[in-house]
Design a binder for this molecule. Structure first.
Ligand SMILES: C[S@@+](CC[C@H](N)C(=O)[O-])C[C@H]1O[C@@H](n2cnc3c(N)ncnc32)[C@H](O)[C@@H]1O
Length: 251
């Protein structure tokens, strides 16, 4: 079932703009993998809650969506934030065209950067980001698509732009915990489901916790996404994916 078909709290989240990007093939693929859909709903809800909690503490919240894609938080979260969306230039341009007739609730600023080959720090500053103010950086569904080297650089840069008290929320493949199985086995199920439809899964971080520590972050939460369900009053389903989600606070 899709979130839009689930009643009340069972859906965990609502994205009234998903129809703009999900064509028939994407919808059919989503229906075919209930576990992945559940996992994505849990991930979205967790991050929504983190963003709302951050916004409740900061009068002029800054949000950076790293690899923003078609994330609609600037349009659907009723807060008063500045949302910096970093992604490939073409993706951001396509999103702007798709959403042209919808006014974002928050200030939305597109920051085109290829995270695999360039730093996002200068473009973000040039776009008006205030390095003195805390920020919540969301890295959702992206680390898998980068090489270990590029993913590590991204985390180091997140540390560099984050004032003390800033928050970083990211999902990642459980590579370190997969032991000798490695990234391939940790992401095989996901790669099979994504098929040829998307970008190839690369490797992401080999050790999220030590990378975060070196970048100046203290981990405050780190859980398998599929084990988040009891937090939202739902039973734990069949374990299929190895993705974890981490929240870290800048020291
Ligand atoms: C699976 S989507 C996730 C999008 C969004 N964060 C969400 O959760 O809805 C992955 C996103 O990462 C972006 N991405 C992947 N590699 C990137 C790179 N090298 N530079 C910038 N963005 C990248 C893709 O363009 C895409 O928008």
């Amino acid at each position: 079932m899709l979130a839009s078909e689930l009643p009340g709290d069972e859906a965990l989240m609502r994205d009234p703009f998903a129809y703009l990007v999900a064509d028939g093939a994407a919808t059919a693929a989503a229906r075919a993998d209930a576990s992945l859909q559940r996992s994505i709903r849990l991930r979205t809800r967790y991050i929504d809650d983190a963003v709302l909690a951050f916004a409740s503490l900061h009068p002029r919240p800054q949000i950076v969506l790293l690899g923003a894609g078609y994330d609609a938080r600037a349009y659907r979260l009723d807060i008063s934030a500045t949302v910096y969306e970093i992604d490939f230039p073409a993706t951001l341009a396509h999103k702007a065209a798709l959403m042209a007739h919808i006014a974002p609730i928050n200030t939305r600023i597109a920051v085109p950067v290829d995270l695999a080959s360039a730093s996002f720090v200068e473009p973000l500053h040039a776009a008006g980001f205030d390095p003195i103010l805390p920020v919540i950086v969301v890295w959702e569904g992206v680390s898998f698509y980068l090489s270990t080297r590029a993913a590590t650089s991204v985390v180091v840069e997140v540390g560099a732009i984050s004032a003390p008290g800033s928050v970083f929320v990211a999902d990642y493949a459980e590579v370190a915990r997969a032991g000798t199985q490695g990234f391939g086995n940790a992401t095989d199920a996901m790669a099979a489901q994504l098929g040829d439809g998307g970008e190839p899964l690369r490797s992401g971080l080999s050790d999220m916790r030590s990378t975060l520590d070196a970048a100046g972050f203290e981990v405050v939460d780190d859980e398998l996404i599929e084990l988040l369900s009891p937090r939202y009053g739902q039973p734990i389903g069949i374990r299929q994916y190895h993705s974890r989600i981490v929240t870290a606070r800048r020291r």
